[in-house]
Each structure stands twice: as C-alpha cells, then as structure tokens.
Design a binder for this molecule. Structure first.
Ligand code: 13P
Length: 249
C-alpha cells in the first residue's frame, strides 16, 4: 500500500496574509504525518506559501501553467516562473477551467508536457458531468480525457503525473460520489494506464478522488482499494478540516 497524497485546491481563495496564517496553523497539525501533503494556491500566494512551508512536509502547487516558455501571452504564467520560486506541483485541466476558460484535452496535454519537461509534477484532472454519467458515458469520457490529455506522455514521465478523478457533479455540491462509484472510476482510469504503460507503472501512479471530500467522508473514501488520495476544495480552506482529511487514513 502506498501512502496517500492529500492536496488542497484553494481555487480563488485567500490573500497572502491569509495564506501565511493558514500555513502557520497547519504546520504543527500535520508535522510528521506519513501521507504526502500539498497546497495548490493562487499565483499571488505561491511565493509566500513556499517561504512559509520551507523545511516542512507541505509541498506547494499552482493551479494552472502555460505551455510556452515565454512570450506574448498576457495573463499567463510559465513553468520556469513557477520552478524558480520553488513550486513543485501544478493542477491542470480542472473542470472549472474546462467549463469557464475553454480548457480542452488538447490544451491539457500541452500544459502537462510543458510541466513535465520543466520538472513540475502535474495533477491532471478528469471527470464526467452529471449528464454524461446519467447517459452512461462516464467510461467514454474518462477514456477520451486520459488518452487525449496524456497522449504523448512517455513511460519515463508517467510516474511524475498525478491524476485527480473529479466527477463534475460532485464538485462544490456537497454530493460526493459513493465510495464504490469513485473506486470503480479510478480503477477504470488505472486500467487505461495499464494498457498503455504496463501494470507496474499504472499501480505506481497516484490517482486521487476529488469532489466534496471532507473530514467526515474522507476515511471511507481513502480506504477504497484504488483511491490514492484526495484533491480537496472547500474543506482545504480550514486548517482543522484539512488536517482531519490528511490524518484520516
Ligand atoms: P470541493 O471539495 O469544494 O467539492 O472541490 C473539489 C475540487 O474541485 C478540487 O479540485
């Protein structure tokens, strides 16, 4: 059994001052835990988060990255910019970006390859909408998102990719996938990886569940055989709730 990987995705929440305060509260709460911990924070909070977490077991991630090295891309941030300040992870292809900002499997692939090429670990998000689930298309959607979104990711790199299965209907709704639904979908994603990269490589990939995971349901979800961790939105904004999830299993 591998340790779990619990990452917070703060989305568009917290100022620099709030970030510093949160991290100072969290550090003693999670010191020495065996699970991997990361906080994916807004761009403006990254430098402060890296500074505050230095020497601790908390890693820092961004929530997006552009694929170009530099250039005329107003509002975008490059891999080198993130690396230079000590960022380790980057969330890519979150459903909110797919829904509101035109993210596609093609741009997910470009961002993922750029991240891997520059030594950032991508947390690639996949997941079906409610309409897709209700019409029986969950597996088709996941298969497309994985095959297109990770198309040119090499066998050498797949171990540095984290995947987050986040059913869109469970995000921020308080409606969690059942333990079995989450486990089944993640098992399916792993089988897709096994077809392409072999069973050992697929078993080594961390696949998280995300979508209304909280301090109450985390233990049951994290006890499922295929679920390697969580990508936590709302509950990662409160140190004690995030602590409880990190320590749940
Ligand atoms: P919630 O935990 O707020 O449902 O958000 C999940 C999510 O989107 C994490 O990326």
């Amino acid at each position: 059994m591998k340790n779990k990987f619990i990452a917070g995705n703060w989305k568009m929440n917290k100022t620099v001052a709030e970030t510093r305060q949160f991290i100072r509260e969290l550090i003693p709460l999670v010191a020495g835990v065996k699970n991997r911990v990361a906080l994916c924070v807004p761009y403006t909070d990254l430098a402060a988060a890296v500074e505050e977490t230095k020497g601790t077991n908390i890693a820092v991630g961004a929530q997006n990255v552009h694929w170009a090295e530099s250039g005329a891309f107003t509002g975008e941030i490059s891999v080198a910019m993130l690396k230079e300040i000590g960022v380790e992870y980057v969330v890519i292809g979150h459903s909110e970006r797919r829904q509101y900002f035109g993210e596609t499997d093609e741009t997910v692939l470009k961002r993922t390859l750029a991240a891997l090429g520059g030594g950032l670990k991508p947390i690639v998000c996949v997941g079906e909408t409610l309409a897709e689930r209700e019409s029986g298309k969950t597996r088709d959607v996941l298969a497309r998102q994985i095959s297109e979104g990770l198309k040119d990711v090499s066998a050498a790199d797949i171990g540095n990719v984290v995947i987050a299965y986040e059913p869109v209907w469970a995000i921020g709704t308080g409606k969690t996938a059942t333990n079995d639904e989450a486990n089944e979908a993640i098992g399916f994603i792993r089988s897709l990886l096994a077809e392409k990269y072999g069973k050992d490589a697929a078993d080594g990939v961390y696949i998280q569940y995300g979508g209304s995971m909280n301090e109450k349901n985390a233990e049951a979800l994290l006890s499922m055989s295929e679920i390697d961790g969580g990508l936590i939105g709302g509950a990662s904004l409160v140190p004690q709730k995030f602590e409880a999830i990190i320590k749940a299993k």
